[in-house]
Design a protein around this ligand. Structure first.
Ligand SMILES: Cc1cc2nc3c(=O)[nH]c(=O)nc-3n(C[C@H](O)[C@H](O)[C@H](O)COP(=O)(O)OP(=O)(O)OC[C@H]3O[C@@H](n4cnc5c(N)ncnc54)[C@H](O)[C@@H]3O)c2cc1C
Length: 399
């Protein structure tokens, strides 16, 4: 079966869902293809930063989003051997939303897609796994995909690969990827969260152990940072040893770690950081993690994915409506989004190498680096970490 659309968006994550909504509300025929049958997948972050909330506000959606169950992180504090340090105070940002909103990603995506369904030019195909690109005369002219009913073709003027860190579209389009090697991996698991626990998030860098705990209602989603490739040793030492290390680093939560009994409660994320050199080919554009896989430092992946979507919609919607889209417009998307991405990735790399690697060294007593401690004392500069995490290097607006 061959069908036609104007823009085929591959992947219903934050980048693809927001792009599809923005194009649909501008009257562009858009089909969103998502490989899964629903949005309820493994944990991939529940954070919406002030910059994303501002974008939703511009779309008139912020108030309704706030009616969904959520919590707020107003400050980012790390606890080291020397005590707590507030690294980022989002309340100091000049924004209507001076906090990070914690909302299950599945609820956010379902909310965006429900909104998109109000527009007749929007079409959603769930359970549709893209397997190939249709190529004609050197340009991409759509995708082939599989669903329960079989194989299909969808022809499109523009195909957008928003299919995440393991992007199939990136692979099919033979995009060249530049990878860095972050020195860490992350073990994810959950422990109970009890009444009286802090709202939002807590981070511990103590005794050579790195822990970031994020509020997920009745549970803490815990990210335990380990040195790259270290999982085999952690596993070989046994789950009891892991529990004791966690208890030593975060004694306030000691008894909660007792829920960890077996390795199937723990998932390992191999931390990656990469970007493609060119984000486009004729008829094809990559955005979000497909264009740049983000390290978890700062939890900014969703933020950058949504910002890519906004810029892409700003740049391509009108040419798509007029039938005048050329590769120059796709290059313009990369031009606007590449430098903020490169800046944040460079910063993440520096933090990983200089701070996190040192914090995970059990032979050293970890302190917040002197330069950062000084910066946090200077009026006017102390808001910088909150600004970079919460708003990014470049604010984008819906045109
Ligand atoms: C464990 C973990 C924790 C994270 N925590 C945070 C956090 O706290 N804060 C934060 O900001 N970021 C976090 N991130 C990063 C964040 O998840 C990503 O940066 C963000 O989701 C990127 O959005 P995206 O839309 O580009 O891609 P994704 O969210 O990965 O979405 C891609 C979508 O494409 C679909 N897809 C894939 N292949 C195909 C195909 N062939 N056909 C059709 N559909 C396809 C997938 O099912 C998926 O729905 C985390 C990531 C991980 C892995």
């Amino acid at each position: 079966m061959t069908a036609e659309t104007v823009c085929a968006v591959v992947g219903g994550g934050p980048a693809g869902a927001v792009l599809a909504l923005l194009l649909a509300r501008k009257g562009v025929r858009v089909t969103l293809l998502e490989a899964h049958e629903d949005f309820d997948r493994d944990f991939r972050g529940d954070t919406l930063h002030p910059s994303v909330l501002e974008i939703l506000d511009e779309l008139g959606l912020a108030e309704r989003l706030h009616q969904l169950p959520h919590s707020k992180i107003h400050t980012g504090t790390i606890i080291t051997d020397e005590g707590p340090t507030v690294l980022a105070d989002f309340r100091s940002l000049g924004t209507r939303f001076p906090y990070i909103m914690m909302i299950p990603q599945k609820d956010f995506l379902a909310f965006i897609v429900e909104e998109a369904k109000r527009f007749p030019s929007f079409d959603l195909k769930m359970g549709a796994r893209v397997e190939g690109l249709i190529e004609e005369g050197g340009a991409v002219r759509g995708v082939s995909y599989e669903d329960v009913a079989g194989e299909h073709e969808l022809r499109a003027t523009l195909t957008v690969g928003a299919d995440g860190r393991g992007s199939r579209v990136r692979h099919l389009g033979a995009f060249e990827q530049l990878k860095t090697s972050p020195p860490m991996d992350v073990l994810w698991f959950r422990i109970p969260r009890l009444p009286g626990d802090p709202e939002g998030g807590v981070a511990y860098f103590r005794q050579g152990v790195g822990l970031v705990m994020l509020n997920r209602g009745s549970q803490w989603q815990v990210a335990h940072l380990i040195l790259k490739g270290g999982f085999r040793d952690v596993r070989a030492a046994g789950v009891e040893v892991l529990r004791e290390r966690l208890k030593a680093a975060a004694p306030e939560y000691a008894e909660r770690f007792d829920v960890l009994h077996e390795w199937k409660q723990v998932s390992m994320l191999s931390v990656e950081s990469s970007r493609v050199l060119r984000w486009h080919r004729p008829g094809l554009l990559l955005i979000g993690d497909a264009a740049h896989v983000m390290s978890p430092v700062g939890g900014v992946g969703i933020n950058y994915a949504v910002q890519d979507a906004v810029v892409a919609a700003n740049v391509v919607a009108e040419p798509l409506r007029q039938g005048t889209l050329d590769e120059e417009r796709l290059r313009e998307v990369q031009r606007q989004r590449e430098w903020p991405t490169r800046l944040i990735q460079a910063l993440q790399t520096r933090i990983q190498k200089r701070v996190i690697a040192a914090a995970l060294d059990p032979r050293r007593k970890f302190q917040v680096p002197l330069a950062l401690r000084l910066l946090l004392r200077v009026p006017g500069l102390r808001t910088l970490p909150a600004r970079v995490i919460g708003l990014g290097f470049k604010r984008v607006h819906v045109r």
